[in-house]
Write a protein that binds this ligand. Structure first.
Ligand code: DX5
Ligand code: ZN
Length: 220
């Protein structure tokens, strides 16, 4: 079990009119990485960032970019996001015909590879041979598409399942949880075994400052 909990703030909830300042505040506030939610209006009913935006904001920080691709036909676009400055590229199994091959594409771009499981997606999809290739597992605790949704507690069983698997097999995989993470659900997620918390609403829209919110999420 990795002891330090990492915080990956989602810039989906940032003020886009001052994105570079927001990213700077995240860095100063102690964020470990920047979670970039890429949506194409097909895989999920919402549209967000393309590679040119990522390329521009890449200059604002040295923090790793944790890029969560919620797009169809993902193989076509992996290289574009890698070239734009992603450090970790996470994909959904539903977005590819061959998950293993898509992971190999990420690896061939020399980036860390993650797979994200929706609340309804079974853990069985990640077989042992596939796990060996992964740097990150992202457990969705809401249905992807929008910020500010309610945490689905049933997904904590999946977090526990993968925490055991990672520890028992001594795998070097980050276990990340995404959606509805606040000061109540963060401790539940950490207890279940997550070591990376994604959060948008709680970090950007809570009453505290960005740095207070990050600190409180980490210690919760
Ligand atoms: C949902 C995204 C999440 C989301 C997190 O599709 O993957 O990263 O923006 O936002 P909050 O913290 O508001 O649930
Ligand atoms: Zn996300």
């Amino acid at each position: 079990m990795k002891n330090q909990v990492k915080i990956s703030p989602s810039i989906l909830s940032a003020d886009f009119s001052k994105l570079s300042e927001e990213i700077l505040s995240l860095e100063k506030g102690g964020a470990d990485m920047i979670h970039v939610d890429v949506m194409d209006g097909h895989f999920v009913p919402n549209l967000t960032f393309g590679p040119p935006v990522i390329k521009k904001i890449r200059k604002c920080t040295k923090l790793p970019f944790d890029v969560h691709l919620m797009i169809t036909q993902v193989d076509k676009y992996i290289k574009d996001y890698a070239d734009a400055g992603a450090d970790i590229i996470t994909i959904h199994p539903e977005a590819t015909n061959n998950l293993s091959q898509s992971i190999d594409i990420i690896k061939s771009c020399k980036k860390k590879a993650g797979v994200s499981l929706n609340p309804e997606t079974s853990v069985e999809l990640l077989k042992d041979d596939l796990l060996k290739k992964l740097d990150l597992i992202l457990i969705m605790s809401v249905n992807p598409g929008f910020a500010g949704q309610k945490f689905i507690p049933e997904v904590l069983d999946k977090v526990k399942f993968f925490r055991h698997k990672i520890n028992n097999n001594k795998l070097n995989i980050d276990l990340e949880i995404d959606g509805g993470i606040d000061f109540k659900t963060a401790p539940l997620s950490i207890k279940a075994g997550a070591n990376v918390l994604v959060s948008g609403t709680t970090i950007f829209n809570n009453t505290g400052s960005i740095s207070e919110n990050i600190k409180n999420l980490r210690k919760s």
